[in-house]
Ligand binder design. Structure first.
Ligand SMILES: CC(C)(COP(=O)(O)OP(=O)(O)OC[C@H]1O[C@@H](n2cnc3c(N)ncnc32)[C@H](O)[C@@H]1OP(=O)(O)O)[C@@H](O)C(=O)NCCC(=O)NCCS
Length: 194
């Protein structure tokens, strides 16, 4: 999934026009009635249905610790999910994150990440990880996990990023951080969907 981010990041380059940030975005917890809109956003934002499927699996298994939507008017423009990872103290994986193509580059993804991390910290989680484009996630304070001697089950280098949500919140160096089983299934699904 990290590869997708890089590809899309490149597509974002080239000095495209920067739209003004929206003032009317409301980030709130997802409700059951949002499920279809969330699915539609992931299907529109990603090349395969792997991320839409992942959200539904995590929800069905009760593994969504935090699921936030960005509401614009009456519609939903973006979604982010957080679920538990194993490794050290209570940590969360940020994934997936998507903003509907028509609403991208207006600060909605940033709002979802920042508000999400702040809520996770308030909920008592100690750290968060993500597998994504370092160029995007470093602006939120994520740094490569390797900097703190952390490993991940996918063997990802710099795209495996971590952020502490509490003082001394990061796992000890040498810790292998593992995402839920649903993630490996989603990666396999993504491979089949290309
Ligand atoms: C990545 C994504 C969520 C960002 O949401 P957004 O609302 O467009 O982002 P924001 O408006 O908050 O931030 C825009 C900035 O992020 C950068 N950016 C957006 N997507 C990026 C990407 N995939 N890689 C690197 N940078 C990216 C833009 O270039 C812009 O940079 P600037 O502020 O220097 O001009 C959105 O583009 C998306 O849904 N992409 C497809 C799905 C995806 O790749 N999700 C991430 C999976 S880990």
């Amino acid at each position: 999934m990290a590869a997708d981010v890089s590809r899309r990041g490149a597509a974002h380059g080239g000095g495209a026009l920067r739209l003004p940030p929206l003032r009317t975005v409301r980030v709130r917890r997802a409700r059951p009635a949002d499920a279809e809109a969330i699915r539609a956003i992931h299907l529109a934002a990603f090349p395969t249905d792997a991320e839409a499927w992942l959200v539904e699996r995590l929800r069905a298994k009760g593994r969504l610790c935090l699921s936030l939507v960005a509401q614009v008017g009456r519609g939903i423009a973006g979604h982010v999910a957080f679920s538990r990872v194993r490794g050290g103290a209570a940590g969360l994986g940020l994934a997936p994150l998507a903003v509907a193509p028509a609403w991208q580059r207006r600060g909605i993804g940033g709002r979802l990440v920042r508000d999400g991390l702040a809520l996770c910290a308030r909920m008592g989680y100690r750290y968060a990880v993500v597998l994504g484009d370092p160029a995007y996630y470093r602006r939120f304070g994520f740094v490569p996990g390797t900097r703190y001697g952390l490993a991940n089950e996918y063997g990802a280098g710099d795209p495996f990023m971590v952020i502490a949500l509490a003082p001394d919140g990061l796992p000890r160096p040498g810790t292998l951080v593992r995402f839920g089983l649903e993630f490996a299934a989603a990666v396999r699904r993504e491979g089949r969907g290309r």
